[in-house]
Design a protein around this ligand. Structure first.
Ligand code: FNR
Length: 370
């Protein structure tokens, strides 16, 4: 009852198939966003206001869009970002992403609230396959400390601390559903009583500490040597603070529009952040990387972010929809589509590698009026 995989020609196509085949509850949890979902829509449409200024007569016989993220090789300037509760969409849950990422040489960020256990996901990786960890900080800091130190021991290459969710946003589509399958990791996080009356998100999030603050950064640095990246930064002020506190990066993100509605899109914040760092004479920033996520659906979206100063971007829902509809094959096909889009668009832009994707290649005048 689903079209053959070859009929999915772009990342949007997976969404339509997933919506048709997924259980209503899973669709509600994956697709929902906060309040009126304005930010979720804006995440994608903001990319529509950035235009290219390609260069011509460059020998683009060979093009290379590989890069490194936190020193780890990646065949594309993107990673699979953390999205909770993979088994709502498919019985193999997050393992679809681990295996698909291995096939295409990209990095998976493991969510704290994965349906599969952390060790299952690490065990499913190929030898040498890099993985990152997304962290929700537990009110019981001992649990967090043990979790982080275990992750480091298991070879995780970067700790992405989510800083945009001191409380979960109102995702009304999801709240209308009663949550039943809370996933195993949720219980391991010691979330206590699970309130099933208001959707998946509310049911699984009660352990998250709303008290986490800047003063905790030295503590994180004291318990791990993994690079620390703040996920969910939305201003230049907080980016500068992250740099000054010795973090190794930020993800300019609004959690896929699932938290504060009317938060700006990550790509718009990127322009603000890089402009300000340049004005302050602090660009490029040594030992610090900037990522963007939210609404990325095409290689052209990624290339716009690279031109504007991002090291890489995170992609969330498209991979959830891909495995919900087609399992691991869907994830591989989605990555194959992106691979082909990179090859073609690098050629059409006249850039042989990502260093040649420069700010002059994009026109942001429709994005922001200065
Ligand atoms: C998320 N996201 C997320 N982020 C995080 O830090 N911890 C989490 O547990 C989750 N869970 C989660 C579940 C689902 C279903 C979605 C869609 C998203 C946010 C995610 O990491 C990322 O910021 C956005 O998904 C990026 O936007 P796109 O690519 O989904 O548009």
């Amino acid at each position: 009852n689903r079209p053959p995989l070859s009929e999915c020609l772009n990342l949007h196509d997976f969404e339509a198939v997933a919506q048709a085949v997924m259980p209503d509850k899973a669709w509600a949890y994956y697709s929902s966003a906060a309040d009126d979902e304005i930010t979720n829509r804006e995440n994608h449409t903001a990319y529509h206001r950035i235009w290219f200024r390609p260069r011509i007569l460059v020998d683009v016989t060979k093009v290379d869009w590989s890069t490194t993220i936190l020193g780890q090789k990646s065949k594309m300037p993107l990673y699979i970002t953390a999205t909770a509760l993979g088994k709502l969409g498919h019985p193999d849950g997050e393992l679809n992403l681990t295996r698909g990422a291995a096939k295409h040489g990209v990095i998976q960020m493991i969510p704290t609230l994965a349906s599969c256990s952390f060790d299952e996901i690490v065990d499913a990786a190929q030898p040498g396959q890099p993985q990152f960890l997304q962290l929700y900080v537990n009110k019981d800091r001992e649990i967090t400390k043990r979790y982080v130190q275990h992750a480091e021991k298991r070879g995780i290459k970067g700790l992405f601390i989510t800083v945009d969710a001191p409380q979960l946003g109102r995702r009304e589509k999801d709240m209308r559903m009663k949550f039943e399958d809370e996933g195993s990791e949720v219980q391991r996080q010691g979330s206590g009583v699970v309130d099933r009356s208001q959707g998946a998100a509310r049911a699984i999030s009660s352990f998250i500490d709303p008290g986490i603050c800047w003063d905790d950064i030295p503590w994180f640095k004291s318990i791990t040597k993994m690079p620390i990246i703040l996920k969910g930064v939305q201003t230049w002020e907080d980016t500068v603070k992250a740099i000054d506190m010795g973090c190794q990066g930020v993800v300019l993100s609004n959690h896929g529009g699932r938290q504060l509605d009317f938060a700006r899109s990550g790509i718009e914040v990127l322009v603000e952040v890089v402009d300000k760092l340049k004005e302050l004479g602090r660009w490029p920033v040594p030992n610090f990387e900037i990522y963007v996520d939210g609404g990325v659906r095409r290689a052209t979206d990624v290339l716009k972010a690279i031109a504007l100063g991002a090291t890489a971007v995170g992609v969330g829902r498209p991979f959830l929809y891909a495995f919900s509809a087609y399992g691991q094959d869907g994830v591989e096909h989605a990555l194959e589509i992106l691979h082909n889009e990179f090859e073609m668009n690098m050629r059409l832009l006249g850039a042989r590698n990502l260093k040649e994707i420069v700010p002059e290649m994009v026109d942001t005048s429709s994005l922001r009026s200065h």
